[in-house]
Design a protein around this ligand. Sequence first.
Ligand SMILES: NC(=O)c1ccc[n+]([C@@H]2O[C@H](COP(=O)([O-])OP(=O)(O)OC[C@H]3O[C@@H](n4cnc5c(N)ncnc54)[C@H](O)[C@@H]3O)[C@@H](O)[C@H]2O)c1
Length: 167
Amino acid sequence: MAGNLTRDLAGKTALVTGGGSGIGRAASLAYAREGARVVVADVNVEGGEETVQRIKEAGGEAILVHADVSRAEDTQAMVSQAVQAFGRLDCAFNNAGISGGMDRRLTADYQEEDWDRVIGINLKGVWLCMKAEIPQMLKQGGGAIVNTASRGSPRRPRWSTPSPAYE
Ligand SMILES: NC(=O)c1ccc[n+]([C@@H]2O[C@H](COP(=O)([O-])OP(=O)(O)OC[C@H]3O[C@@H](n4cnc5c(N)ncnc54)[C@H](O)[C@@H]3O)[C@@H](O)[C@H]2O)c1
């Protein structure tokens, strides 16, 4: 594996929302292995700190930003902190998301507040992140954004999380 690394991302800055756990942590570590400086953004400070620690132990550079992607002021501050720390933003992986219990309940059994919370994070949160990230990338002349969705949802009615809305 190590022999296949290109370090194509040397000198670049990558931001990962939900970087404190699961897929986001794996992506953060992968960006760092490819040479990027990583901004780990999460509401889970403990998990985010662990991701940052692992990157530093492996010889990489990373910072943790506490950000709730459903809050515009947080997503704007997240990008500002990334630029303040590393001077630019080249890659963004908008990965933070929750199931809100919707993967285990039937549609008619959802609570309205759960629906609003999932929409706020999984759908609006992705847009708020891009709204903050795109102007910075345009200012620099480019960048790359990847958003997480779920292909299972449209085919499985019980998995009615809103991620298919932006597929
Ligand atoms: N694992 C799967 O099978 C699967 C399937 C379909 C979609 N997804 C999606 O992939 C993404 C990552 O999944 P995972 O399995 O790694 O989940 P995970 O729960 O391990 O990681 C999600 C991370 O997002 C963070 N987060 C939650 N709400 C946040 C918020 N408002 N602001 C910032 N951070 C927040 C959590 O603290 C956590 O660290 C999610 O969007 C999830 O919905 C996962």
